[in-house]
Design a protein around this ligand. Structure first.
Ligand SMILES: Cc1cc2nc3c(=O)[nH]c(=O)nc-3n(C[C@H](O)[C@H](O)[C@H](O)COP(=O)(O)O)c2cc1C
Ligand code: SF4
Length: 578
């Protein structure tokens, strides 16, 4: 084959001539090898170097000292990986760069850890910055949680928020705050804490995590939401208060075909440990999305708890089969309340189309049926696993969703009869106070309680390989999570956070967080402008929607909302333009 020759000579000197000259030199340096061969040698050089070292160690083990045998043995796995890389057919990078390509994969795998432990600053880290996690860890372990030297936050950044305080503070409340849930239509109201454990199913969390959460709830006097995976024996081991969540799969109270079974529901809801029932309409991290637990993951235990068949995929439909309109949703609420013997029944949702929220409120007015509570979940909320687009770009963030739901209830004159809860990145007394200033009666937290169980935000919940034994069913990994120890941390975190809220409430000159109002919370909107929340968001007066909807910012949505259908009566766009 003809060898490539590099044009040379004084006439090719200058910018255009430098490259050929350089190529010619390289050719000499590579000993006249074909460029393709040179490249191949370069790509394999790391692997060849390791093979050469292994060979040298083998020779030395015979010629010099037997200890070289250990060096040879240590090198052999790397030689094996290199050989495997070079001959496998799935990964082109590894075929082209054996061994060193695998090292890249190793560093990719280690990247989150290196970042978290070495590179990450206090305000960095997603979804929870290190400073938020550290606060939960400190409170859970009863370690020092006070801040030395002053705030580390930039009070002039556009994210900065603060609560206004009073020159006449009140004494800090000694008794933890409680909220009575259960309107006039409820025979067995429940006294809830202001901070509770948000829905997380057995299955997405392991047995030990569920037991530790429930024991923590029992110790601290707050509730533990089952999540849609049903009421498992692990929720019952310690007898902490339970809110039983019903998702669209009706796990634990379903017929063979997946429809709702009133008999099974009534039987389980009668349990004294079940304090309230929550219908899950949607979840912030994956609104409008159902779920499938593949047949392979349906263990006999899960099949038994959920009331599903072994060997079949377990489907959670994206919408509830038991109702098809806001009015039917209200009727379902009333039915569950009756079947449960009068326990509070409510629902959880991430706010989607505003007209649907108004349709639900119109259904309350039309039927006269009131849910006892509504939990608004923000799109910033967590999950075991969700499609990326849904997690990142679907659903209303908590603040906007909470304002909308508060306005829908207040504007319809229903706020006094329906309690409102909020979930979405609650980690501190301040995050609770902010939600309560907007209108929440209490807050729920999921991931903060996971931190109190020892979660290190390694973001592997969907793999079943949670290193801290929280989000896994692997008995070996769960061994690390000791129920009694972690239950104490769960209770500690809740107690100290509620106490921090009490200190904020007292500093504002108030005696209960229900007295917090939107104007108590201020937000920086530019380096030189700040506003109280009531100047940033609309806060409707009671009955504003029923009396003069067109004078509110929601006139079009209110008119389009239909109590008989989740689909709006008319197109909201032209209505808004009119
Ligand atoms: C591991 C995990 C599992 C969850 N499972 C459920 C569930 O079964 N039902 C539900 O309504 N929400 C579920 N959620 C959402 C939480 O209940 C909560 O609404 C959301 O994470 C917001 O709270 P956070 O920001 O404090 O985590 C889950 C969240 C996590 C992290
Ligand atoms: S430690 Fe990692 S895998 Fe385990 S629960 Fe936390 S984020 Fe999920």
């Amino acid at each position: 084959m003809r060898r490539q020759t590099a044009p040379d000579g004084p006439s090719r000197r200058g910018p255009a001539g430098v490259l050929p000259l350089w190529r010619a030199r390289r050719k000499t340096m590579s000993g006249g090898l074909q460029p393709g061969t040179v490249l191949w040698l370069r790509r394999y050089s790391f692997f060849f170097a390791v093979v050469a070292l292994a060979t040298l160690a083998l020779i030395l083990s015979f010629a010099s000292h037997a200890a070289w045998t250990w060096v040879f043995a240590a090198m052999m796995p790397f030689v094996a990986i290199g050989l495997f890389d070079a001959f496998q057919t799935r990964h082109s990078l590894l075929r082209n760069y054996p061994l060193i390509g695998s090292m890249r994969w190793l560093f990719e795998a280690l990247r989150p850890y290196l970042r978290q432990y070495i590179v990450e600053g206090d305000e960095e880290g997603r979804p929870y910055p290190r400073m938020d996690r550290s606060l939960v860890y400190a409170r859970a372990k009863q370690e020092e949680d006070r801040q030395p030297f002053g705030t580390e936050l930039n009070a002039y950044s556009s994210e900065y928020e603060w609560m206004t305080h009073s020159l006449a503070p009140m004494p800090v409340a000694e008794e933890p705050f409680r909220v009575t849930v259960g309107g006039p239509q409820c025979a067995k109201p429940y006294s809830a804490s202001v901070l509770n454990i948000s829905a997380m199913s057995f299955g997405s969390l392991g047995r030990n995590a569920i037991e530790a959460l429930n024991l923590g709830a029992k110790t601290g006097g707050f509730y533990h939401d089952t999540g849609e995976g049903g009421l498992s024996p692990y929720h019952r081991t310690y007898g902490g208060d339970i809110v039983w969540e019903l998702g669209s799969g009706y796990f634990g109270c379903r017929n063979r075909d997946g429809s709702f079974s009133p008999e099974r529901f009534a039987e389980k809801a009668a349990d004294d440990q079940v304090k309230m029932v929550e219908i899950k309409l949607s979840q912030g991290a994956k609104p409008g999305h159902g779920g499938v637990l593949p047949a392979a993951k349906v263990t006999p235990e899960i099949a038994e708890i959920r009331g599903i068949a072994l060997g079949e995929d377990c489907i959670s439909p994206s919408r509830h089969p038991a109702f098809n309109s806001p009015v039917q949703l209200m009727e379902f609420v009333a039915k569950l309340r009756e079947l449960s013997g009068g326990k509070p029944v409510g629902f959880k949702l991430c706010v989607g189309h505003p007209s649907e929220t108004f349709a639900i409120v119109k259904a309350m007015l039309k039927t006269g049926i009131r849910p006892d509570f509504i939990v608004v979940d923000g799109s910033e909320g967590g999950t075991g696993a969700a499609p990326r687009e849904l997690a990142d770009h679907v659903g209303m963030p908590l603040r906007e969703g909470l304002v909308l739901m508060r306005n829908a209830l207040v504007g319809a004159g229903l706020r006094g009869e329906v309690k409102l809860a909020a979930s979405g990145k609650v980690t501190s007394g301040f995050s609770m106070a902010a939600n309560m200033a907007i209108g929440a009666d209490w807050c729920n937290a999921a991931r903060a309680f996971m931190f109190s169980l020892g979660c290190v935000q390694s973001l592997r919940c969907h793999t079943g390989l949670c290193p801290t034994g929280v989000a896994t069913n692997d008995p070996h990994l769960q061994r690390g999570l000791v129920v009694e120890d972690k239950a104490e941390r769960v209770a500690n975190f809740q107690r100290h956070t509620v106490h921090a809220l009490a200190e904020l409430v007292a500093a504002a000159g108030l005696s209960h967080p229900s007295e917090l109002l939107p104007h108590h919370l201020w937000h920086r909107v530019s380096p030189i402008e700040v506003r109280p929340l009531d100047k940033l968001y609309p806060f409707l007066a009671p009955f504003a929607l029923v009396e003069a909807p067109e004078e509110t910012p929601y006139g079009a949505e209110w008119r389009a909302a239909d109590a008989e259908s989740f689909t709006p009566r008319m197109d909201v766009g032209p209505l808004r333009a009119a």
